[in-house]
Ligand binder design. Sequence first.
Ligand code: COA
Length: 147
Amino acid sequence: MNPDFDALAAIHAACFPRGWSAGELAGLVRQNGVILRSAPDAQQPLGFILIQSVLDEAEILTIAVAPSARRQGLGRILLTEAETAAQAGGVRKIFLDVSQNNSAALALYRSAGFVETGCRPAYYSDGSDAVLMEKTLPALDGAERSA
Ligand SMILES: CC(C)(COP(=O)(O)OP(=O)(O)OC[C@H]1O[C@@H](n2cnc3c(N)ncnc32)[C@H](O)[C@@H]1OP(=O)(O)O)[C@@H](O)C(=O)NCCC(=O)NCCS
């Protein structure tokens, strides 16, 4: 079933000052190497994550959980599912950047094993610094990897 990009765009708009349109989200997902995971199912998504992978590296483009559905474990589930899918595709390292002021996301990433590797001063439009984080994934053996 095709993702409901209007629903995903509505979630994104509720999470960020500049939301991505349904068309922008659909365009991203059409690109090679972009993994979309939405939860709990495609008919009534309450959150989603987009990860873009190139060879053995991936970047988290966005993760968003509807305000009404937060603190119920959904963000962690989405992150874990995306990591698993990326790992199955051969990804060994995942990168992300997050505002120094985003305590919820920082706590989620730290608890998921991401470590801070750097900082981009005044990176975001609100003047906050970007915290750069990464996580190394263990290699899967051949049988566990997808084609
Ligand atoms: C960040 C976000 C995706 C977390 O989603 P969520 O479904 O609420 O997260 P979970 O319920 O899975 O929480 C997992 C862990 O993250 C941390 N966490 C999540 N929200 C938190 C908060 N408001 N304050 C402190 N820690 C928080 C906790 O460690 C939590 O584990 P715990 O519940 O066992 O304490 C959500 O807050 C969101 O969509 N925010 C707006 C968009 C955004 O900022 N995205 C990240 C951009 S880099």
